[in-house]
Design a protein around this ligand. Structure first.
Ligand code: FES
Length: 109
């Protein structure tokens, strides 16, 4: 696995998020209680940008139809609804991170 610098810790205050494109992949980077997490930014349902959603604790809510994901694991927390029908949505990919000094490094296969 190779690690690529994607940001510096000084860029993300506690409780904030940042969208980054690395090697053609959209990544959502978050700072939760001064730990950093990276997940796929694109909602697997219909491509909503999770970065545009609300971050509430460790949950990010897709702005399109309301599916919620845990930013620390990428797991689906609650499927959204479309015309009162619960959606079938998969988890999003979670990426390993390494902190070197103030550099946030993202692990890619
Ligand atoms: S696009 Fe995210 S829930 Fe539909």
């Amino acid at each position: 696995m190779k690690y690529i610098k994607i940001a510096e810790t000084t860029e993300l205050r506690e409780g904030s998020k940042k969208k980054i494109v690395v090697e053609g992949k959209d990544i959502l980077l978050t700072n939760i209680q001064n730990s950093y997490y990276a997940i796929e930014n694109t909602c697997p349902h219909m491509g909503g940008s999770l970065y545009e959603g609300d971050l509430d604790g460790t949950h990010i809510v897709c702005p399109k139809h309301g599916s919620a994901f845990d930013v620390t694991t990428g797991k689906l927390v609650e499927a959204g609804k479309l015309l009162f029908i619960k959606l079938k949505v998969r988890d999003v990919k979670s990426y390993p991170l390494k902190i070197e000094g103030t550099d946030i490094m993202l692990g890619m296969e």
